[in-house]
Design a protein around this ligand. Sequence first.
Ligand SMILES: O=C(O)c1ccccc1NCC(=O)[C@H](O)[C@H](O)COP(=O)(O)O
Length: 270
Amino acid sequence: MKILEKIVRQKQKEVASLKRRIPLKDLKQKWAISAAKKFSLIEKMKNSAELRFICEVKRASPSAGWIKQEVDPADQAKAYAAGGAAAISVLTDKHFFNGRQEDLTQIRHAIDLPLLRKDFIIDEYQVWESALMGADLILLIVRILDTDQLERLLRLASELGLEVLVELHGKKDIEKLPAHIETLPVILGVNNRNLDTFEVDLNHSLKMIGYLPHGLPAISESGVKSADDCVQLKTHGFKGVLIGEALMRQQDPSKFLRHLIEATGHVYTS
Ligand SMILES: O=C(O)c1ccccc1NCC(=O)[C@H](O)[C@H](O)COP(=O)(O)O
């Protein structure tokens, strides 16, 4: 069975069990009385010539195994913020990535930057959950959703004030995007990881960018690890990059991030 299929099957079980423990109506009630401030990544990308860095808290992954076993998520995120991150991505999936929902809530209390809940969202329940957790953005992976699901989840996210990173793996995913996508609070993400082989190839982003709808900011995800990678992606029109493993493996993530930012032409001040 392919990795995405395995992840989706596991997610279906988890969501079914969560719904039994905490019914959706309870989440909705909690949300109605919550008044969390929202931070926009789209605003930071609009009318900006700078490449924006979305830095990921990622303990482990199916492709790499353990990346950083001992990590304080809030400290890691603070280091990213000090280095100039535009947003923080938090892997909340436990089974395959050793992430936790509490990672996101801890980071929410520690910093005022847009937070992306990086998980495998297949059900409205998880969108409500993300809003309650304090996320500003959610990830929707087109490959694991049918067009109806994608539309419903996009609509709900927008109703709850969440921005969406819509992740594309290949050209077929672009065909599944709703016609009105450019009117929604969406960032498009091209993922460079081939999920059959786990190989990463930045050229995939460079090829895909020509086929993306023009009115939306696009970022490149996975396998970005050097200043050259970032410069190349910026030159080809990407507005941002999402980096996990390369940052998690740094002794000093702030310094490495500043180096990437400076290499792409932005002078870091502070
Ligand atoms: O990272 C994996 O091994 C992986 C496997 C299966 C599905 C998704 C996976 N990764 C999620 C991501 O999209 C990455 O964490 C993100 O793009 C950062 O990638 P990287 O900079 O290469 O850590």
